[in-house]
Design a protein around this ligand. Structure first.
Ligand code: NAP
Length: 288
């Protein structure tokens, strides 16, 4: 599709953004669906965030995705916050409607989409989340919204874990939430139905570290490299273990739908994300 006077503009703001797959996923999907839209990456330093958001209004952008380090910093500049984003305290999607900035968070539902698509996980049991940062908050809220019975949060800074636990307890009365220190030995003694790693680094050597039960479904939000030490260990032990590419595709498809008004193009973006990461064609069905 040629860019012309009717092209609708979308993009990504963050620092850095050069590594992001989002421009590729969105632009390729516009092309496949024949939409006259374009999506650009913008490296925005924190001191320019307010001006960048004003600029999007002035230029008539349709919306932007938001990545680190701005997911929480954009909150004071928004005219409206959708419930999921308010609960997570973090925004990954801003739509501009009638000159107003409306904040959403599609990360958590993106993760849930990936679990249904790629794994045998179904709600109702227990989950353990490593981390309590922005991604963990969105994921925890979305899992709780799916009807999770029990959630364990392990975080380096216990205070942040406790803050997330009280947000969850206030929003989901039926959910049992426990906060534990980030401790490999402790982890090895637990057998959650789902283990979600939201830590950007490995907290211990997974090779020699805690055992993972084969009945635990494992999801690591990272996807560089596609098969990291945690996922390799979990798979060797018989677990279904997936990286963050499915979540990336899921959250992108949900943002795409908010931007364009189309149905979320989950399968297109999943195929594109996997191909870009060298993972080949998506599996046809979920399962170990
Ligand atoms: P964040 O808000 O900065 O949170 C980072 C979390 O990791 C915090 O819980 C922090 O603990 C913990 N942490 C950081 N360094 C640590 C260390 N050296 N040892 C132990 N714990 C450490 O980041 P985020 O936005 O949640 O993102 C987390 C990860 O998810 C990143 O790798 C990001 O790329 C990925 N992600 C993937 C997707 C996807 O679509 N696949 C979407 C969103 C995010 P403290 O509380 O103690 O600081």
């Amino acid at each position: 599709m040629e860019i012309d006077g009717e092209t609708r503009c979308f993009g990504l703001i963050g620092a850095p953004v050069a590594h992001s797959l989002s421009p590729y996923l969105h632009n390729r999907t516009y092309a496949e669906l024949g939409l006259n839209c374009c999506y650009l990456p913008f490296h925005v330093e924190p001191e320019h965030l307010a001006a960048a958001l004003q600029g999007l209004k002035a230029l008539g952008f349709g919306g932007v995705n938001v990545t680190m380090p701005h997911k929480e910093a954009v909150l004071p500049y928004l005219d409206q916050l959708e419930e999921e984003a308010a609960r997570a305290g973090s925004v990954n999607t801003i739509c501009l409607r009638g000159g107003r900035l409306i904040g959403y968070n599609t990360d958590g539902r993106g993760l849930v989409w990936s679990l249904y698509r790629e794994t045998p996980w179904r709600p109702g049991g227990s989950a353990l989340i490593l981390g309590a940062g922005g991604a963990a908050r969105g994921v925890a809220m979305a899992l709780a919204g799916e009807g999770l019975a029990e959630l364990i949060i392990m975080n380096r800074t216990p205070e942040k874990g406790r803050r997330l636990a009280s947000l969850l307890a206030a929003a989901y009365k039926e959910l049992t939430v426990t906060v534990l220190p980030l401790d490999g030995e402790l982890l090895g003694r637990l057998q959650p139905g789902l283990l979600v790693n939201t830590l950007p680094v490995d907290p211990w050597d997974w090779e020699r570290g805690p055992a993972i039960s084969p009945s635990t479904v494992v999801c690591d939000l990272r996807y560089h490299p596609p098969l990291n030490a945690l996922l390799a260990k979990a798979r060797r032990g018989g677990s279904r273990a997936v990286n963050g590419l499915g979540m990336l595709a899921g959250q992108a498809a949900l943002s795409f739908a908010l931007f364009t008004g189309c149905e979320p193009p989950f399968e297109i973006m999943y195929r594109l994300a996997r191909a870009a990461a060298g993972e080949g064609s998506p599996p046809q069905t979920a399962g170990p």
